[in-house]
Design a protein around this ligand. Sequence first.
Ligand code: GDP
Ligand code: MN
Length: 400
Amino acid sequence: MNIHEYQAKDILKRYGVRIQEGIVADTPAKAVEAARQLQEETGTGIFVIKAQIHAGGRGKGGGVKLAKNINEVEEVAGKILGMQLVTPQTGPEGKKVHKVLVAQDVYYPGPSQPKEYYLSILLDRATGQDVIIASSEGGMDIEEVAEKHPDKIVKEFIDTRVGLRDFQARKVAFALGLEGDALKEMVKFIKNLYRAYVDIEASLVEINPALKTSDNKVIAVDAKVNLEDNALFRHPDLAALRDITEEDPAEVEAGEYGLNYVKLDGNVGCMVNGAGLAMATMDMIKLSGGEPANFLDVGGKANAQTVEAGFRIILKDPNVKAILINIFGGIVRCDRVANGVVEAYKNIGEINVPIIVRLQGTNAEEAAKIIDESGLKVYSAITLQEAAEKVQKAVKGELV
Ligand code: GDP
Ligand code: MN
């Protein structure tokens, strides 16, 4: 599960990670109020207004702006709130901004230059260890750093049975070229960040940039935290941070029916039982010249209700030109699934795209008969090849 920057910073602060202080607001007037309070608490006279959406690269898209004094806050916040923010991570349609974080400026002048670093902690699935990834090239895309300056990235693997050792935190801080107070600050920062990562069962904690201020403090200017879905039941307080307005509405609805749905960009909707078969079906659609419009695993319960829910979710996508249902009937008998498809179809009313149904397994032939005799725009197929050919025709509008 993804959470917002302001939520991530709140959590990290509880673990002693120094953060750029800020207050969240959902109207320009509240942003001004937030700025006033922030000025009182931190003494800052310059503010950064940051769009709160579940995507990075906000700065590049105009979602992070400076207000040079309190009088500018209202106007700047007004520009960002309500905007459809497009960043390299949102896709071309962008994301609507409902909230901004009004934050203190931490790039103030002082004895040394402020400098940005990159720091993240994540689970390395290949080695089964946690890994700290750090770079002196903070602020920019880490993918870009990895490509252009791979030598500027350091990795420190952590044995999860032992946890982060002090020397490892020091090693990373040294590798970043820090010294003196800033080095000590960074070591503390890394240790606290790792404590947070373990305790909240995050799959990723990414701070980009972590800033060494002009007075040698280390501060999280940005914070991205991904929480492990399978561990959320142990953290009801964290689970409550979910913001479903940031998620695809069709995916949220599918979750309510216990369906596993991921929207994709193609034109062939598919409904399958079992994740492996769903992957194979998507491959098959591609081989037949189509592009899958989604991944949809109905799991073990392919009945009229789940099929109907699946239809409704798939049909929300205007790109869908045909639907392929691929069900293996083991415990669920194919004839029952076929009746479920017919019933769901009738419940929904007019469905304007052809539906190809491949039912294989127990009672497959009876099922094909039910489909063919239904009088609906539903076509049966028994082999994968047959289904593939029918999908190809359906997409071209040749299936009648
Ligand atoms: P992202 O673009 O979504 O990654 O958002 P960030 O939180 O990383 O902010 C983007 C950029 O805004 C940072 O890399 C900084 O250069 C700039 N920025 C953030 N906070 C401050 C601040 O307090 N003062 C100044 N001058 N710039 C800031
Ligand atoms: Mn960032």
